[in-house]
Design a protein around this ligand. Structure first.
Ligand SMILES: *[C@@H]1O[C@H](CO)[C@@H](O)[C@H](O)[C@H]1NC(C)=O
Ligand SMILES: *[C@@H]1O[C@H](CO)[C@@H](O)[C@H](O)[C@H]1NC(C)=O
Ligand SMILES: *[C@@H]1O[C@H](CO)[C@@H](O)[C@H](O)[C@H]1NC(C)=O
Ligand SMILES: *[C@@H]1O[C@H](CO)[C@@H](O)[C@H](O)[C@H]1NC(C)=O
Ligand SMILES: *[C@@H]1O[C@H](CO)[C@@H](O)[C@H](O)[C@H]1NC(C)=O
Length: 276
């Protein structure tokens, strides 16, 4: 029963065939309470995963020092405010900045292992607008196709309060075609904005399905096929880094995904056993 629940989360939107136009809408930090804003070497969005750790793309914080600001619970646009501290938000510095050991910049906007963990200077207190996000499990990571997703966050070009846009991912093979050698299918997927939703382009904006976190949006115009390449973005699939996150933060994978039962499923019988 529980297993179905875990799969349903990822497949339900496809069945529901939501027909409303995919437009950018203002939303609330109480509906998407897991956003962090990181003011480091770049301003980025990040993800609170428990009371002590925030995840973000490594490209946002590599080379930053402890005094970077990490604020939780933001509603108003943090990018355009010179001071990201707002009412009802909590702000921290980083006790540790843990960048993936194999983080590499291959070229402009092409990264390998683009993930980092920030440890907050003090433990945060959860409240209505500050809650950890639940990650996709490893198994769900393999099932990601042309799913309907929500992108939430802010813009670097337009003043926006926390906003949401519903869109669909491109098929992973389409991403591989569009990006050629600059695409890592296990760590990444991609999407293409259809309308003005592309304004939601702050690095690290969060891609989720029914409140479960798939990954971080990264602006990365595709390179291989000029005519098709306009408003393309990559999505860093966080669940491909679950082992690394768990090892570095000491948070069990089951806690991060709460699909712990998936790890304990009885192995399937072989075909021979099945036939007997
Ligand atoms: C990350 O930062 C370190 C220290 O500033 C630097 O040596 C390294 O080249 C950076 N890595 C990437 C991929 O930018
Ligand atoms: C923040 O709180 C202060 C005092 O409580 C209030 O005067 C101010 O208007 C608030 N600002 C916003 C943007 O809500
Ligand atoms: C953002 O929300 C605040 C209220 O929290 C409102 O005063 C402001 O006009 C909004 N800004 C935009 C750009 O919608
Ligand atoms: C966001 O998009 C605008 C225009 O589409 C672009 O000028 C800007 O550089 C983008 N910001 C980032 C962080 O990619
Ligand atoms: C996107 O978020 C809205 C709430 O703002 C929710 O009603 C909708 O189901 C979500 N869609 C997906 C694909 O998660």
């Amino acid at each position: 029963m529980k297993i179905y629940f875990c799969f349903l989360i990822i497949t339900a939107p496809t069945f529901l065939k939501i027909t409303s136009a995919f437009t950018l809408k203002e939303t609330s930090s109480s509906i998407f309470p897991f956003h962090a804003v990181i003011d480091g070497s770049n301003v980025c969005s990040g993800l609170l995963i428990n009371e002590e750790y925030v995840l973000c793309p490594a490209s946002c914080v590599n080379g930053s020092k402890w005094d970077i600001k990490i604020s939780l619970g933001n509603q108003e646009d943090p990018f355009f405010l010179s001071n990201p501290v707002q009412n009802f938000t909590d702000t921290y510095n980083a006790k540790d900045i843990i960048v993936h050991e194999k983080f590499l910049k291959l070229s402009n906007s092409v990264y390998l292992n683009n993930i980092a963990l920030l440890r907050l200077t003090t433990i945060t207190t959860f409240k209505e607008n500050i809650q950890p996000g639940l990650l996709f499990s490893k198994l769900e990571n393999h099932l990601i196709g042309e799913d309907l997703v929500n992108v939430t966050g802010w813009s670097t070009t337009t003043v926006l309060n926390l906003s949401v846009a519903e869109t669909t991912l491109l098929n992973p093979d389409t991403c591989a075609y569009l990006y050629g050698d600059d695409f890592f299918q296990y760590q990444e997927t991609c999407l293409e904005w259809k309308t003005h939703d592309y304004h939601l382009n702050l690095s690290g904006n969060i891609v989720s399905v029914q409140g479960r976190i798939l990954g971080f949006l990264i602006r990365a115009p595709c390179t291989e096929h000029d005519l098709d390449c306009k408003n393309h973005y990559k999505v860093i699939k966080i669940s491909s880094f679950l082992d690394w996150i768990s090892r570095k933060s000491n948070i069990p994978i089951e806690t991060l995904t709460s699909c712990d039962f998936l790890e304990n499923i009885e192995p399937r019988p072989s075909i021979e056993e099945w036939e007997n």
